[in-house]
Design a protein around this ligand. Structure first.
Ligand code: PMT
Length: 402
């Protein structure tokens, strides 16, 4: 049973389709899931907390404080969930999700959730078709939410068209499929080394040469690999990011040389390596031990080449799948193809700083996978989704013996 012992948190907002959630809860509970329910303030106009509590066999949350003045901890509740579903999701809540508004317990819990979140919108025909709604749906999908699109049919207004919440049976099947995929742990038993973030090359104790990498791309790959059951060794330059999954071992480094040393402590034992870090190609020849004073009008820093970590992995690899990144600003494909060959890679992920929404710091990226004999381009999407595409490609390469 894919749902056995899974914790599912359902947020219900104020729409007529709320009555259908009773059926969904029964299906989930019957399949072995533990279900907890949050009602938005207006949802209580459509469904009763008592009925939902009996069906889910749990208390129903409506506010930050229960009637006994006990605090309902939205963070704990969000962390409890293996999956959060907001259904029906009204146009109002959709707008709040898209813009991070937090004026009720449901929104506070949603904003604290680290698990996958599914959203099943439900509203009238013209509301669903409105450009604001379409844009909000695109935005929240870019955040990594899974949208269960509304279906066509007769609407509460009497109009006919798209806007009906997906049927409970359809939502149930989608949840089941989600856990079947999640439980399949397609990379179980694989060890994956991932580099992420920038490197900082010290000039003196105060200054460094660095770059704009936030680490988002590399960390997203690490999380996705861990979710698929891989043991992940993440070697990261300085970032503000934190890891979520227990299967990830994080080592933080500062300079390219430190990243090199750390990578080669692990490289021989891994099955797969993915280099998403933006490693500085050069480092100051002399790192001043004291802060350099501004006595001169000009100053020259002599730089020497850093080791190329990925190229060295390419030279040393034995039966290991090796994937690199290419960050380009011109002649993108030709440069990436040259790196694929020079660094002895099985695949290179090309991203260009010329593409709006791609590259450093953004939550989105637009990539092309270049293999020795083919290439595949993807649309601009959230980095979590890009990570899924990369890991899907990894699985196919592994299955085919690269
Ligand atoms: O961290 P984010 O803000 O999310 O941004 C993501 C990203 C833009 C940093 C990422 O998508 C990316 O493109 N990473 C590689 C950046 C880079 O340094 O590209 P490059 O073309 O200069 O290097 C080619 C490959 O060689 C890369 O895999 C790089 O990790 C590796 N390399 C480069 C130099 C070096 N000395 N050692 C290396 O291992």
């Amino acid at each position: 049973m894919a749902l056995k012992n899974k914790n599912i948190l359902i947020g219900i907002t104020g729409g007529i389709a709320a009555y259908k959630i009773h059926t969904l809860i029964r299906l989930l509970v019957k399949e072995g899931a533990t279900v907890k329910v949050i009602l938005s303030p207006s949802a209580e106009n459509f469904v009763s907390p008592n009925t939902l509590s009996v069906l889910s066999k749990n208390s129903v949350y409506t506010d930050f404080f229960s009637s006994q003045h006990a605090w309902n901890n939205h963070v704990e509740l969000a962390l409890w969930a293996d999956l959060m579903l907001i259904a029906p999701c009204t146009a109002n809540t959709l707008g709040k999700i898209a813009h991070g508004l937090c004026d009720n317990f449901l929104m506070a819990t949603y904003l604290s959730a680290k698990c996958p979140v599914m959203i099943a919108p439900a509203m009238d025909l013209d509301m669903y078709a409105h450009p604001t709604t379409r844009q909000n749906l695109d935005t929240i999908e870019d955040f990594g939410n899974i949208i269960i699109p509304a279906e066509e049919g007769e609407l509460a207004s009497g109009l006919f068209g798209a806007g009906r919440m997906s049927e409970p049976e359809t939502i149930f099947e989608q949840i089941k499929k989600h856990f079947e995929v999640a439980n399949s742990l397609s990379l179980e038993g694989k060890k994956i080394l991932i580099t992420a973030g920038p490197t900082y090359e010290a000039i003196d104790p105060v200054r460094f040469i660095g770059n704009h990498s936030s680490g988002k791309m590399g960390y997203a790959i690490a999380e996705e690999a861990a979710k698929r059951g891989a043991s992940v060794q993440l070697i990261s330059g300085p970032t503000a990011l934190h890891i979520q999954h227990n299967n990830i071992l994080l080592t933080r480094v500062t300079s390219a040389q430190e990243m090199y040393d750390e990578v080669f402590k692990h490289f021989d034992t891994v099955d797969i390596a993915i280099a998403a870090a933006a490693v500085a190609d050069y480092t100051p020849k002399i790192k001043a031990s004291e802060k350099i004073k501004k006595n001169e009008d000009t100053m020259t820093i002599e730089l020497i080449k850093n080791p190329d970590i990925l190229r060295t992995m390419g030279e040393r690899k034995k039966e290991q799948l090796l994937i690199g990144f290419a960050l380009e600003t011109e002649n993108e494909e030709a440069n990436a193809e040259a790196k694929l060959v020079k660094k002895n890679l099985d695949m290179i992920v090309l991203n260009s700083l010329k593409t709006e929404g791609a590259g450093f710091q953004k939550d989105t990226n637009q990539v092309t996978f270049i293999y020795p004999n083919k290439k595949e381009s993807f649309t601009l999407k959230n980095k979590n989704k890009v990570a899924q595409d990369i890991l899907n490609a990894v699985e196919i390469l592994v299955e085919n013996g690269f």
